[in-house]
Ligand binder design. Structure first.
Ligand code: ZN
Ligand code: FE
Length: 255
């Protein structure tokens, strides 16, 4: 039985996600960027939220936990290594754990870099993943608590998933990410056409999330640090981590 997914804007540029296991009706919210908006969406859909799955401790991801948990008596699933920063976790998760949503299952990957304990959830049988602030459409999370080697290793786990995996990122950052990506990889034709699609969608007020892994592998510079042309352009031939670090550094100062 498939998953049913509802996606809606929260705060200034976050997305909220409700995921329902169609067989049992059990529903999770992926993170809690805005408790009031999530509760309203769940009530409107008639999907009581029984689980909260956190990706990391930031306020725009776990800040609504207490209110959502109180409203639905929902259990909190969250990274074990962020237990000091996410209160009242019911199910702490680690690399390789499998979490159940009714009859559906998701595998947990630890993806440190944005925060030390960030995790992502991959519904392997459904080909769907919720990646928080680790991977964005044409971008990746800022390295608040990690270094380039760590983040590249985290992103490499996602790169190994099936090409057609549907990727749900936590923010609508794609338009500015596209402009940056073109600045470091201007001759990439896959990126040029992806960027044109993004401009058209945003002009129409449409979301650019979810994305497909294959599109990111072809166009997202943060997944292409092993590309010889990009390595050369960044001045780090043969060095994937230095190339990744240089792309990330340039993004941090890009205007
Ligand atoms: Zn974050
Ligand atoms: Fe965030």
């Amino acid at each position: 039985m498939p998953l049913e997914i509802r996606q809606f804007p929260c705060l200034s540029d976050n997305y909220g996600f409700l995921v329902k296991d169609a067989e049992t009706g059990e529903t999770a919210t992926i993170d809690t960027p805005d408790a009031a908006v999530i509760i309203a969406a769940a009530e409107h859909a008639g999907w009581p939220v029984t689980q909260i799955w956190n990706t990391h401790h930031h306020y725009d991801h776990a800040g609504g936990n207490a209110d959502v948990a109180a409203r639905f008596n929902a259990k909190i699933v969250a990274p074990a290594s962020e237990a000091r920063r996410i209160p009242d976790i019911d199910t702490p998760v680690r690399e390789g754990d499998v979490v159940e949503l009714g009859a559906s299952r998701a595998r947990v990957y630890e993806t440190p870099g944005h925060t030390t304990g960030h995790v992502v959830y991959h519904f392997e049988d459904d080909g769907v993943a919720f990646v928080g602030d680790t991977l964005f459409a044409l971008g990746c999370g800022r390295l608040f608590e990690g270094d380039p080697a760590q983040m590249w290793s985290s992103l490499s786990k996602l790169r190994a998933w099936p090409d057609d995996t549907v990727i749900y990122c936590a923010h609508e950052y794609t338009q500015s990410n596209a402009r940056f990506a073109l600045s470091v990889d201007p001759t990439n034709e896959a990126l040029q056409s992806y960027a044109a699609e993004v401009e058209a969608k945003r002009a129409d007020d449409k979301p650019t999330v979810p994305t497909i892994l294959s599109a990111e592998l072809a166009a997202n510079p943060f997944l292409r640090a092993d590309d010889p042309g990009l390595q050369h352009a960044m001045g780090h031939d043969g060095d994937v981590v230095a190339t990744f670090g240089e792309i990330r550094r340039r993004k941090d100062v890009f205007k």
